[in-house]
Write a protein that binds this ligand. Sequence first.
Ligand SMILES: C[S@@+](CC[C@H](N)C(=O)[O-])C[C@H]1O[C@@H](n2cnc3c(N)ncnc32)[C@H](O)[C@@H]1O
Length: 297
Amino acid sequence: MVPLPGRETDAAQTFGSAIASQNPIKVVAGAMAYEVDRGWTRAGRAHTCEGAFRHGERVGSPPSSREVFGCEFGLRRLLYDAYMTDIVDPAIEAYAEAHTTAPPDLLEAVASETRATLNAPGMMVGRIEGRFLELLVFGTGAVSILEIGTFSGYSALAMAAGLVPGGSIVTCEIDPVHAGIARRHIAASPYADRIEVMVGPALDTLASLPGPFDLVFIDADKSGYLAYFEAVLAKLSPRGLIVADNTLWSGRILDPTDTSADTLALRAFNDKVATDPRVVAVQTTVRDGVTMIRRAG
Ligand SMILES: C[S@@+](CC[C@H](N)C(=O)[O-])C[C@H]1O[C@@H](n2cnc3c(N)ncnc32)[C@H](O)[C@@H]1O
């Protein structure tokens, strides 16, 4: 990975100009960043994706078909570290981010290590959704929190900042490398006594946890969302909330040509929670789509 220059500066401008001058553009990114994504977004839309460009210059070989899932979405997805695309207008997102309390140093440390060492750092919830989760935890007074999908610990640490004294978070992670990074940052944080990382397939871990949970954050493999929903609904406290991330899936949820397993799984999940009489749900457009669910009645 080649580090990119600063935020929305030369990389974004160069990239934006390259895109503006090549329409239909033939660009797919290798190592890219959010800032560049914004540059592209301002510059226009891509129609074909072919080869890999960096700073407007072709580098590397064409991406895999998994990476390019449809160029209009695909370029932006790749520019955002091959994982995430804004569904909110980037200028609005940037404004919202600038008007959200800055993350503490400990979260900046998680984010910078994640960007430097892990694939798909865009999986971190980031500043807006991190604060959103923190405020949900704070406002609901959730005492017992379950997270499915730890990654490097950003969201768990963000939620911990909103916990009442005596509250705790159990977070499930299948990848021992991710869990190791998260554990290290948690150990260095003021929340070491409140967050437990459990390694293994989340459904197995869940089976060993009695609950009840006041807040459950689902943010792991998308194909598991329906099973996670069923498993955690049974263990949700009467006024508990289930919060599911990425439910708009970079807008692919609406792309009729996208029949990938993850997209189908998220559509099934979204359809289920909107019609299941056991629950009341709201689909929000926070970041990549955050669905909040409570028990009905
Ligand atoms: C989107 S990331 C989580 C991001 C994290 N919530 C944050 O904001 O920093 C998803 C994580 O779920 C983990 N994961 C995937 N499948 C899993 C499973 N079956 N059980 C537990 N964790 C899983 C992945 O290894 C990855 O670290």
